[in-house]
Design a protein around this ligand. Structure first.
Ligand SMILES: NC(=O)c1ccc[n+]([C@@H]2O[C@H](COP(=O)([O-])OP(=O)(O)OC[C@H]3O[C@@H](n4cnc5c(N)ncnc54)[C@H](O)[C@@H]3O)[C@@H](O)[C@H]2O)c1
Length: 270
């Protein structure tokens, strides 16, 4: 179903690695709603080649950018405005990576070089992206910027490791930059706190299978899928949510406000 919600709108979508990526599903949905965009990912992710498939499908150009490189981001912003033929209306930051998780380092045994690198990729990059857009005055009034986050920023999930801290920082950046982007440019900035989702980044979390099925049983509506997240993001890019800004929006089938569910009680009454 398509409602032409993004007709005439232009943007940048970060983080489509493969067809499971939340950014991939979002790009397809934005395309279906009439939006045009540039796709971007880290140069190393380009080698896997799949993003070209998505680019062909959605009639988009791909510009590689390492989200930790100011130079890459400035180039991405100026080229995108040029390619798309005007200022931007939406940006999706869908980037996350913990080197400690990847290398199997426990939270109580962090390698701080890994911590710093993971924070740079997962959190500071959101500030970098917004500062690049802000300084280039690349966003149209009533534009919308969204980043993806997880509830480990508020509540402890032991195996989420240093990504919990990275997400807390990311959500804070959304509020802080959201103030200035709102005041000066009438642009909104929000984070979507998404259910666990089977993607490359998601499956990197230890015990992910148990984690995702527990969340499923705890959520009255069940887990939100990547496709559901794409739909929600489109609503935040549309003109129907113009006064929503500086929010962390839970998109999790009700998980975040559920103390316990009947299914979980039954499991422990066996
Ligand atoms: N999958 C989940 O369970 C889940 C839940 C809540 C939030 N999220 C968040 O959703 C976002 C998207 O993740 P996903 O689950 O779709 O997984 P994904 O692995 O498909 O996407 C992560 C992306 O980050 C990109 N990336 C890594 N380093 C980069 C760099 N230096 N520069 C630019 N891009 C870089 C990767 O290439 C990849 O495309 C992340 O922020 C993630 O933390 C995921």
């Amino acid at each position: 179903m398509s409602y032409n919600l993004l007709k005439g709108k232009r943007g940048i979508i970060f983080g489509a690695l493969d067809e499971n990526s939340i950014a991939w599903k979002t790009a397809e949905r934005v395309h279906a709603e009439g939006g045009t965009f540039v796709l971007t990912n880290a140069p190393v992710a380009m080698r896997m080649g799949q993003i070209k498939v998505l680019a062909n499908k959605t009639g988009s150009e791909v510009i590689p950018a390492d989200a930790t490189s100011q130079e890459d981001l400035e180039n991405l912003v100026s080229k995108s405005v040029e390619i798309l033929g005007g200022k931007l209306d939406f940006v999706l930051h869908s980037i996350g990576m913990s080197i400690n998780v990847r290398k199997g380092r426990h939270y109580t045994d962090e390698n701080y070089d890994f911590t710093t690198k993971g924070w740079d990729i997962s959190s500071l990059s959101f500030h970098r992206v917004m500062q690049s857009l802000y300084k280039a005055d690349a966003m149209n009034e009533w534009g919308s910027i969204v980043a993806l986050t997880y509830m480990a920023a508020q509540r402890t999930f032991p195996d989420y490791n240093d990504m919990a801290d990275n997400k807390a920082y990311l959500e804070s950046v959304a509020r802080s930059f959201g103030y200035f982007f709102g005041k000066e440019k009438k642009v909104r900035v929000n984070t979507i706190s998404q259910s666990p989702t089977a993607t490359t980044a998601g499956s990197g979390v230890k015990g992910f299978d148990g984690f995702i099925s527990y969340a499923e049983k705890m959520s009255p509506l069940g887990n939100a899928t990547a496709q559901d997240c794409a739909d929600y993001t489109v609503s935040l890019f549309s003109d129907l949510t113009r006064k929503v800004t500086m929010q962390n929006l839970f998109h999790d089938g009700g998980f975040s406000n559920t103390g316990v569910s009947q299914e979980v009680i039954e499991r422990f009454s066996e």
